[in-house]
Design a protein around this ligand. Sequence first.
Ligand SMILES: [Zn+2]
Length: 478
Amino acid sequence: MPDCFEIFNKDLAGRIGRLRTPHGSVETPALMPVVNPHLRLIEPADLKKMGAEILITNSYIISQDPELREFAERKGVHRLLGFDGPVMTDSGAFQLSVYGDIEVLPLEILDFQRSIGSDISVPLDIPTPPDVSRPRAEAELVETVRRLSEARERWDGGDRLLAGPIQGSTYADLRFAAARKVRELGFDLCPIGAVVPLMEAYRFRDLVEVVAASKKGLGPGSPVHLFGAGHPMMFSLAAALGCDLFDSAAYALYARAGRYLTPSGTRHLEDLRYLPCCCDVCRDRSPEDLATDPDKTALLARHNLAVSLAEIREVRQSIWEGSLWELVERRCKSHPRILDGLRALGSHAIWIEGLDPVSRSTCFYLGPESAKRPEVLRYGSRIERIELSGRVLVADRGVDEEGYDHVLWFLPPFGPYPKELAETAPLNSEVPEASDGAGLYEAYANLKRLMEANPDATFEVRLRDPPKLQKEAMEAER
Ligand SMILES: [Zn+2]
């Protein structure tokens, strides 16, 4: 783990940590508002008052403007922005991905970032877009790794941080290999690059695969920045995969397009009759007031950023209390494509289970996706440890019959458990009265496992829901 990063609390693959920079520490997960040095919708000093602890700006844009460049080289990027907290700089890779060519050499832009006093500098990598041919993805990755090795070798930034971006397009094995290499070279922060097209196209399932592959290659110790992730709707999902830093250009870009961010999606201001928010912009304005205000764009940007920063605090609270899964489920149910992301997260349950701390608050079962929680997987993997003999009754929770050697209660999605464990996690979970197919499927699979592990015991299964209905639900789930 780099010296600049410490982890304090964990939930799923997510964590609350602290990233140390020369201009102070930042609690993570954190959101870095993007500041365009040419167009400042909100002044950086105001960003700080709103709760932004760290900013990101583009060193390429600064380097291409003689006036900004001269000021930044003389007085530093912090004075240029008017912000005394940590500042990360990007290299121009985004411009490279949009325009295909930029007028700067990789080591030159890295030296420039160092010379203007950036707290976190990023070498100029090649942002390979999703879905390119395999030969192209491989060739560009070779060049990215060459540049990262060169940057690492030449870096003399003292206690300033150097980031090593992970590329590899939509090839999970290339992302994994790239992350391994970044880890081996030893960077302070690891951005996952070139994922904006996936997020713009709502390809959250592909995004989860890219992030999971990168995280598995990196290991749990490195702080990870999901480059270009600025919509509050997906912060909890990304945090659950172990992303620690996000950057938002979205607050400003969406504002310019008259779009109003919420943690459950984007609305057009013109479609709103009410403002579902109590930030200082929305509190005493109607949508019409906002739409007709001469400062409409700046006001919308303030709202967009306020809800984004509030969502980061919600994510932190959820990690701290062990309820991140519940938050991810609520957020992911706001759009079918992001629900695909949650389901993809469920397919990495074994990896997540290995990172997820065992003790936690009471789980809430909120629907079929909850059947893929790490707690369910963990319980299933240990059920064979229950040793039984003689006559065994498996019955609904609360049934207490005489004449059996063992009485096990039954609770979907976990299945059978010794009644003495009823008050312990995860069997103290809150579940709905009516079970769904996914929960019953897991519960019955565990019952089968338990019976197979105890071939000498005689099982009697007496459950409230008619077994036929349960069987149908299981079939439907398959
Ligand atoms: Zn608001």
